[in-house]
Ligand binder design. Structure first.
Ligand SMILES: Nc1ncnc2c1ncn2[C@@H]1O[C@H](COP(=O)(O)OP(=O)(O)OP(=O)(O)O)[C@@H](O)[C@H]1O
Length: 408
């Protein structure tokens, strides 16, 4: 469908065709919104957009803090599980730092396009971006402990995340000391593209006057609005489900992070409704930790040139035992597994970790932990709580301050 707007842009902003009944909430910088028609949250800047929402930096004028406001498409508002899941993961004092993004408020707003769920949460940016900032203390063991504490917390509350990969691991940033005026002064005006409808009769209330680009917030983050030791947050519960729900919903984890019990049936038999549970989170978190700790990307989601199997399938076979008979098909690549092949794959990870500043002892400890998580048979994978007792995490050796401010 062609864009109904004259100055249509394709990159780095939401698709303007989503501004129609059932679609996105029309909003712009400077607007205010809140529960029951209040004006509690003032929109300060664009943070991003996804398939179902736009996300904005906003100032909470009541609590005097800076928050993220996610406004969900009208068509998704009834079916979205995110508010219920975030509600379940909300903590109250004395538990204050659970490593899972915290919901602060939720309400609904109405526009010409319908009713939209609004989720007000803490502000968080990607952990991999935080680790590149100057003055940040990168303590890999501490970060691994935090992500596993977050995952244990999610699972103990009966939630399966379902979309774990490095972009969905964040860290807190604290802009509470800055008013909206401070932020505008520091960031300057946002780049905008006017939305001019071809059809003069198009309902002007169904789209904002312009599309807004996110400002470059790097300058702000560099000014020290993040704690020196990152406070990890597991993000994006949009694909999560309650463990008691059966059957499990479709798994949206990217292929490179998808557990074999989901990846094999999906690729081999186009079984897009394969069953999976918290054990698939353990696998995905293992791959995620490896990347965040700079052990490299373990499995690649792209397809090999010579089969219709993604590289990840081959690699899964290398680290595990041969995949079970039920997944073998004519186009299934040869089974590669030998203990030596598995060791070789892990030796590369070990090398990466050491190259990026970990001691041999720490790197070996981390690889041993990852090998416990990345087990082909889901029934053999430990829970996140069990993993928190791994020798790597309870080790009493002095933590090294691996201060690496260069890129990941
Ligand atoms: N709490 C937050 N703090 C800062 N930025 C955020 C926050 N939540 C979301 N964002 C930004 O908004 C973008 C879209 O958010 P999110 O992925 O939750 O939306 P979505 O509609 O569920 O998208 P999808 O399902 O396609 O990933 C993120 O990539 C991120 O850049």
């Amino acid at each position: 469908m062609a864009s109904p707007f004259v100055f249509s842009v394709a990159e780095d902003v939401e698709d303007d065709r989503n501004y129609q009944p059932g679609g996105l909430f029309p909003v712009k910088v400077g607007d205010s919104l809140g529960p029951e028609g209040s004006t509690r949250y003032r929109i300060v800047a664009k943070l991003g957009y996804g398939s179902y929402s736009t996300v904005w930096l906003a100032r909470d004028l009541v609590a005097k803090r800076t928050v993220a406001v996610k406004i969900v498409r009208a068509s998704e508002t009834e079916t979205s599980r995110e508010a219920a899941i975030l509600e379940r993961l909300r903590v109250s004092p004395p538990l204050t730092d659970p490593a899972v993004l915290q919901l602060l408020d939720s309400f609904k707003v109405t526009s010409a396009n319908g009713t939209h769920q609004v989720l007000v949460t803490e502000l968080a940016i990607r952990l991999t971006d935080v680790l590149k900032l100057p003055r940040i203390e990168v303590n890999t063991r501490n970060i691994v402990r935090q992500v596993l504490e977050g995952l244990a917390f999610i699972h103990e509350r009966g939630v399966v995340h379902g979309d774990l990969y490095p972009d969905n691991i964040g860290a807190t940033v604290d802009l509470d000391s800055l008013s909206e005026i401070d932020i505008w002064e520091r960031c300057g005006p946002p780049t905008i593209v006017p939305l001019v409808a071809y059809d003069p009769a198009r309902d002007a209330a169904s789209f904002p006057p312009h599309l807004t680009y996110g400002p470059d917030l790097d300058g702000l983050w560099k000014k020290g609005f993040t704690p020196r030791e990152p406070h990890v947050r597991i993000l994006d519960l949009g694909c999560a489900y309650l463990a008691e729900q059966s059957p499990s919903p479709r798994c949206h984890t990217p292929r490179a992070y998808m557990a074999p019990e989901v990846l094999f049936p999906t690729i081999a038999h186009d079984n897009r409704d394969a069953q999976w549970d918290w054990r698939a989170d353990i696998w995905a978190m293992g791959c995620t930790i490896c990347t965040i700790a700079r052990g490299g990307v373990l499995f690649h989601g792209g397809f090999t040139v010579w089969t219709r199997w993604p590289d990840a399938v081959e690699a899964h076979q290398r680290i595990g035992w041969p995949i079970s008979r039920q997944f073998r098909t004519k186009s299934n690549p040869k089974v590669f597994y030998t203990p030596e092949a598995a060791d070789a794959l892990w030796a590369t990870t070990l090398l990466h970790l050491q190259r990026w500043g970990q001691t041999a002892e720490d790197a070996q400890g981390l690889v041993a932990l990852l090998r416990r998580m990345l087990v082909i048979d889901p029934m053999e994978r430990p829970t996140a709580s069990e993993l928190l007792k791994d020798p790597y995490l309870i080790s009493t050796t002095t933590l090294l301050n691996e201060n690496v401010s260069s890129s990941i």
